[in-house]
Design a protein. Structure first.
Length: 85
């Protein structure tokens, strides 16, 4: 099929180019481990924001577990106000 090395190089470049175009078309990227991941997905961003908010709440709850009761009352009230906003 490939008579000379030049045609093989052209075929490899063509295959890599098509793969790059398809990945760009379907917005697929690679993370630092080389795994494919979908970029710019609104659900992904929403879930990341939700996880971030939950981590903040857990940090507050951990701090509350080690503080005294008056600080506990203030922090619970802050959480309630933040949830209502």
């Amino acid at each position: 099929m490939f008579d000379n090395p030049f045609s093989m190089v052209v075929a490899i470049v063509f295959i890599v180019t098509i793969g790059g175009i398809l990945r760009a078309r379907y917005k697929v990227g690679r993370d630092w481990k080389g795994n494919d991941m979908v970029l710019h997905d609104p659900d992904t961003q929403r879930l990341r924001d939700e996880v971030k908010a939950l981590k903040e709440r857990v940090a507050v709850l951990e701090r509350l577990a080690t503080d005294n009761t008056s600080a506990l009352d203030r922090e619970i009230e802050k959480l309630r106000q933040r949830d209502q906003a």
